[in-house]
Design a protein around this ligand. Structure first.
Ligand SMILES: Nc1ncnc2c1ncn2[C@@H]1O[C@H](COP(=O)(O)OP(=O)(O)OP(=O)(O)O)[C@@H](O)[C@H]1O
Length: 774
């Protein structure tokens, strides 16, 4: 049962094409293959140097330990009472010492494995290796710089300028490099070497071994997490990694071209080359999903950097976590700029349930302000203030209008003066009670939930949404309340509302009850089982931090929204999928930042890419831009990528199609099966692939076959997992089973583009299963 059918979105032809090796840093080796003993000899030579480096590290760790304990000693005092100036200075110095010693210790620990991964043999005579010994230099490249007692470099940090030729030298532009060698290590043991020669012929004393490090790296099995590529970065990738820090650096290219991994190495490079700026200002890395952030989270720590904030789009706002995605048409509504007008109107409108008129006797004068007057006051205050910071201004405006009503017009026969009236108004208990309701703090999340009120939604839409669109919005918030979860698209709306409303100001601590749960370290220690907060019962499990609010509504409103942090650099991956509202949310975090932006239009799942492009430009402002384009696919076997490229070419003729560098000789398998045999065929295919690859097999299941995902989970096999099509963005596996491609196209907003993403996730093997009635 092999073949696609005429109405299928898949190609009906599977071809095997052999083409020339694509352009990489590597060159065909000039020498005959080296024998095992020659390799062993070379490995032994490198091991001697690596041993020296590790011995030096032991000394460095000891020096560091002494530094830390010296730091601890500084600023210590037996005195009680105020700290003197010189003691404060010592404390400051101690903190600085401790900080840098701790950082060095952390990087020594995290960079231990495979610390030295490269060696350059250079010839500075300019005669292609024919110069004398005095012209030769050997340089080792590693995850961090290490020097010996004489301060001579034993290893150069991969990000240092002296390491650049390791990535940039090519036979056309050797940059004095004769041989580039990549060392493969297991822990501190060198287990292999792979060489590339940069000159036509190696000098007699230079042995050249191996098939090239890049191919070795690409053929290996993929783990559950992305790995760094520090030993095999290619020249064109290196250019993007080391590009200037300022402005906007855009990296485009088709699937698997290394855009993500390059952008992450760039983040590590920026921290190295300008640590003060980027460490104190912070780097924000944003990706499409939490599956994506889990996939990439090891790359930066493996490069010695862990001071970077990794966020999925659904986690962008502190205090909110999105747990689902909306249906495509709802997500498109929520992502479009049209929604801003609605949000603005609702945020400026009456608070549902708030009093609609104000009545009181103030200084003996009857005050009565009706709904329309109150609306006018609210509008005029909100023209100049954010709502949550404007209670005092609203109260003053209310007092002025009340005065103009009872006394300002000259009809006041009681002789009460304006000042006296305003003073009494200010202190009046009825005014205070009214303000508590009329101008209470408004949480941005609450505003979204008001949209479940169809008449409110209709009132504030001003014709900008059709009845069907309004119903989509309202029912999505019914669903939020029913499930107690926000969607990814909601997060940008919450951020927009937070910017309009301002921060919810917590009551001063003296106004809070003694039972306030945050104040208690661990309430169970006091035998407390239940706590009432704001009239809501909280049941304690084992710790205060684990208090779970009861209803869906409570879960949606739990925790506090924090104002957005600003960053010195913002790195956005899968940028082609950001909605205009999401670009605005990122813009708030990167107003003064430089940016690295990574994407591929052919993988987009957006309904209106033009509107997004505009919002993206606004987020960048007038900053200078530079662009890098990646053309080599390092992920997919050529046979798999050719299959996917056929699919996208038919729908998007101008798609950015890269060259895949690796052939396996194994074509993807297509199965067409009866619908009732789908589940069994998929599970069988997954088990078969499991035998053929070393790592992970993932079954990609569209929403319309959700029960199949449960069957895969029931296999309880850690090497076989299931995932939905959209969550595969940015991820990769050793092998995939793609379930019902036509349903993937039909179920997702991206349609054929989403299918293209799905078909480009497998590194080594892929099986596509299509259900069809006979
Ligand atoms: N120079 C390299 N050496 C070794 N592996 C590499 C190199 N460049 C890229 N890779 C590998 O290729 C794979 C694809 O890289 P990456 O995920 O960054 O591509 P991408 O362009 O972001 O893909 P997509 O757009 O499909 O998400 C990864 O496994 C990555 O480690």
């Amino acid at each position: 049962m092999r073949s696609g059918s005429p109405e299928s979105v898949l190609p009906t032809r599977i071809s095997t094409r052999r083409v020339d090796q694509p352009q990489t840093n590597q060159t065909p080796q000039a020498q005959a293959p080296a024998g095992d003993d020659v390799v062993a000899q070379q490995v032994a030579i490198e091991q001697r140097h690596v041993d020296r480096v590790y011995a030096e590290l032991v000394k460095a760790a000891e020096r560091n330990r002494l530094l830390e304990s010296e730091g601890m000693g500084r600023g210590r005092t037996d005195r009680v009472g105020d700290v003197r100036d010189e003691e404060a200075a010592a404390l400051f110095e101690r903190d600085a010492l401790m900080f840098s010693a701790a950082r060095r210790r952390a990087s020594l620990e995290s960079q231990h494995e495979g610390l030295v991964f490269g060696r350059l043999d250079l010839d500075h005579s300019g005669t292609d290796g024919q110069g004398g010994e005095q012209d030769r230099e050997v340089r080792y490249v590693g995850r961090l710089g290490v020097r010996d007692d004489d301060y001579e470099p034993l290893v150069i940090d991969w990000r240092a300028p002296a390491a650049a030729p390791f990535y940039q030298a090519t036979p056309l532009d050797p940059q004095s490099v004769l041989r580039r060698r990549v060392l493969r290590s297991r822990d501190a043991a060198v287990v292999g070497v792979e060489d590339d020669l940069m000159v036509p012929e190696a000098p007699d004393d230079l042995v050249v071994v191996g098939d090239g490090a890049l191919m070795a790296a690409l053929t290996r099995s993929r783990g559950a997490q992305m790995r760094d590529i520090v030993a095999t970065i290619q020249r064109h990738q290196d250019e993007a990694i080391r590009a200037a820090a300022r402005g906007v650096t855009e990296i485009t290219g088709g699937p698997g071209t290394g855009k993500t991994v390059v952008a992450l190495h760039r983040a590590a490079y920026l921290l190295y080359s300008n640590r003060r700026r980027f460490e104190s200002g912070g780097i924000l890395v944003v990706g499409p999903s939490s599956a994506y952030t889990a996939y990439i989270e090891r790359v930066l720590p493996s490069l010695g950097e862990d001071s970077v904030a990794l966020r999925a789009l659904g986690d962008l706002v502190d205090g909110v976590t999105a747990a689902r995605v909306d249906r495509p048409e709802t997500a498109a509504l929520k992502g479009s700029l049209r929604i801003r007008r609605l949000l603005g109107n609702v945020a400026r409108g009456r608070i549902p349930g708030a009093p609609s008129e104000f009545r009181a006797m103030v200084a003996g004068l009857p005050v009565r302000l009706e709904a329309r007057t109150l609306d006018r006051i609210r509008s005029s205050v909100l023209r100049h203030h954010q709502r949550n910071g404007a209670a005092a201004a609203a109260r003053t405006a209310l007092a002025e209008v009340a005065w103009s009503q009872v006394g300002g017009g000259g009809g006041n026969s009681t002789g009460v003066e304006r000042e006296e009236f305003l003073e009494r108004f200010e202190d009046h208990l009825d005014v205070e009670a009214f303000m508590r309701e009329w101008w209470r703090p408004v949480d941005p999340r609450e505003v979204l939930l008001w949209l479940t009120d169809r008449s409110l939604l209709d009132r504030h839409s001003h014709g900008a949404f059709s009845p069907e669109e309004r119903e989509l919005l309202a029912s999505s918030y019914d669903e939020a309340i029913a499930t107690g979860t926000w969607s990814v698209a909601d997060v940008a709306l919450i951020d927009d509302l937070a910017a309009r409303l301002g921060v919810v100001v917590e009551p001063a601590s003296e106004d809070q009850g003694f039972y306030e749960i945050d104040e208690l370290g661990s309430p169970e220690d006091f035998g407390v089982q239940e706590v009432y907060v704001g009239g809501v019962r909280r049941t304690l499990s084992t710790s205060a931090a684990r208090i779970t609010p009861g209803t869906g509504r409570e879960r949606l409103l739990a925790g506090r929204i924090e104002p957005p942090s600003e960053y010195a650099h913002v790195l956005v991956d899968e940028a082609q999928d950001l909605s205009p509202m999401q670009w605005r949310a990122l813009g708030r975090r990167g107003r003064y930042a430089s940016w690295t932006v990574v994407g591929d239009a052919a993988q987009s799942s957006l309904a209106d890419p033009d509107e997004s492009a505009q919002a993206r430009s606004e987020a960048f402002g007038p900053k200078e831009r530079r662009h890098f384009h990646m053309t080599t696919n390092y992920r997919n076997a050529r046979e798999i990528f050719d299959y996917a490229a056929d699919v996208i070419r038919r729908a998007v003729p101008d798609a950015d199609i890269p060259d895949a560098v690796r052939e396996t000789g194994v074509e993807p398998v297509e199965l067409t099966v009866a619908p009732d045999a789908l589940a069994q065929s998929v599970l069988d295919a997954a088990r078969e692939l499991r035998e053929q690859v070393d790592g992970l097999v993932t079954v990609i299941v569209p929403a319309s076959h959700a029960d199949l995902a449960r069957s895969v989970a029931a296999l309880d096999d850690p090497r076989i997992t299931a995932i939905d099509p959209l969550s595969t963005k940015g991820l990769e596996y050793d092998a995939t089973v793609v379930v019902d491609p036509d349903a993937i196209v039909a179920d997702t907003a991206g349609g054929i583009r989403t299918l293209y993403v799905v078909l480009t996730r497998a590194a080594h093997r892929m099986t596509v299963v299509t259900p069809r009635l006979p």
